[in-house]
Design a protein around this ligand. Structure first.
Ligand SMILES: Cc1ncc(COP(=O)(O)O)c(C=O)c1O
Length: 434
């Protein structure tokens, strides 16, 4: 921490004494203490205003304290705050019906929890009980959450804590086009990944799996967009091994990738199970697992989630989804996303340390490297860019296995003028650190 002013420094000192240190609030090299937030802006306790292009990690999907979402949430708070899954509340049914209506294929029955980690846990349990198989295959560079199973699914060493993992979860090579192991075309890389999947199945499983699980765009991984043909190539192999396809839409869901409500729709395959969280309720804690009826029905026995389907959260979720639908925000994500990508590509032309610009819709990334053919990751410059952007009044995010990827994800209802203002700040900040 460097020149933090007194109020934030004092609060940070209290924070360090009262909270676990592993949950670090240092996103640049200084903590940011939030006082309030409204629509596209966040104010810190020193009174400085920031344009927010990260939305609390892609969670505030339609603007901070959005009037419509807040009104629906507050109204429900005065009616009934909590029921537990022991009782039915109408909002829970309405959200489940809505999710079934807006997701592809035969996905029909929902299970509500409070986080993406729990949504992924539920997906694995359902897949295992439906198939009778145990092994699960997922991708390197995945991030699936912080419960024991979710950390086992996660393939970023630094996010796997505690040292005891589920040995029936195996990780295969991810098609990370920018970082092919050797100089391969996208098709050759796909061949390699398919081969790795087949070899993994043959060597470390009994040939039968419960599921293959992936994010269509690896979020924490640094917005790694899986190639267009990836899922079509692996799906027959997964089915042959008896597995179901689980798609984690925790970051990519609800219009984020543009045009469609769900990211996977761009890949034109039908998942058997999908999971949502983050942006689904604009900041209220939610997890949602949706499955085909036969998979949902296979999860037999007693289970319970105290806060699953909580009516206040459900009111927020229904209002958020309806807001996204009514304002055609997947279309806005598509057009503003193109505008953002165009600006970022132009900036890549100016700065040799921007190795890659990638993403879909309002989910765009800059991978920062040391100039030169080795593409050596440059996490220091990524941290400097986050700090410079913050100084200049913009919040952006970081990710990637090496911490060298800048993640940019404005709210889905971002206007062209706010988008331009944010891009101007990124441009200035890149010059500041060049
Ligand atoms: C793709 C993905 N899945 C699951 C999770 C876990 O969600 P949560 O933090 O709500 O448990 C995250 C969180 O960042 C995520 O990005």
């Amino acid at each position: 921490m460097t020149a933090t002013t007194t109020r934030t420094a004092e609060l940070y000192k209290r924070y360090q004494e009262a909270l676990f240190p592993a949950v670090s609030p240092l996103y640049g090299d200084e903590p940011l203490a939030v006082e309030r937030a409204k629509d596209q802006f966040v104010w810190d306790i020193e009174g400085k205003r920031y344009l927010d292009f990260f939305g609390g990690v892609l969670t505030v999907s339609v603007g901070h304290c959005n009037e419509e979402i807040t009104a629906a949430t507050v109204e429900q708070l005065h009616k009934a705050q909590h029921t537990s899954t022991l009782y039915i509340n109408e909002l829970m049914v309405a959200v489940a019906e809505k999710v079934a209506q807006l997701t592809p294929g035969r996905l029909q029955k929902c299970f509500f929890t409070s986080s993406g980690s729990e949504a992924n846990e539920t997906a694995l349990t359902a897949a295992r009980m439906y198939t009778g198989n145990r092994d699960v295959i997922t991708l390197r560079h995945a991030y699936s959450g912080r419960t024991a199973t979710a950390m086992s699914l996660t393939a970023h060493g630094s996010w796997r804590l505690g040292g005891v993992f589920d040995g029936s979860i195996k990780h295969v090579r991810n098609p990370y086009t920018y970082r092919s192991p050797v100089d391969l075309t996208e098709d050759e890389l796909l061949d390699l990944c398919v081969q790795d999947l087949e070899e993994t199945l043959a060597t470390v499983t009994d040939g039968k799996i419960a599921a293959f699980m992936a994010e269509p765009i690896q979020g924490v991984g640094g917005f790694i967009v899986l190639p267009k043909d990836y899922f079509k190539r692996i799906l027959p192999i997964v089915k042959e091994a008896g597995g179901v396809l689980i798609i984690d839409e925790v970051q990519t869901g609800w219009g984020r990738t543009g045009t469609h409500m769900c990211g996977i729709e761009h890949w034109e395959v039908m998942p058997d199970i999908m999971t949502f969280a983050k942006g689904m309720a604009n900041g209220s804690p939610i997890g949602c697992t949706i499955a085909t009826p036969e998979i949902a029905d296979a999860l037999q026995g007693q289970t319970f989630a105290t806060f699953g389907g909580n009516p206040v959260t459900m009111a927020a979720a229904l209002a958020t989804i309806e807001y996204i639908e009514n304002n055609r925000l997947p279309e806005n994500a598509s057009s503003q996303g193109k505008r953002l990508e165009t600006r970022l590509l132009a900036l890549q032309g100016e700065h040799t340390f921007i190795g890659d610009v990638r993403g879909m819709g309002l989910m765009q990334a800059l991978e920062l490297v040391e100039p030169g053919p080795e593409k050596r990751p440059d996490p220091k410059r990524a941290a400097a860019l986050i700090g410079a952007a913050r100084k200049n009044g913009l919040l952006i995010g970081k990710g990637g296995l090496y911490g060298n990827v800048i993640r940019i994800a404005p709210h889905l209802n971002v206007t062209a003028s706010d988008l331009d203002a944010g891009c101007d700040i990124i441009e200035q900040s890149l010059r500041d650190i060049a």
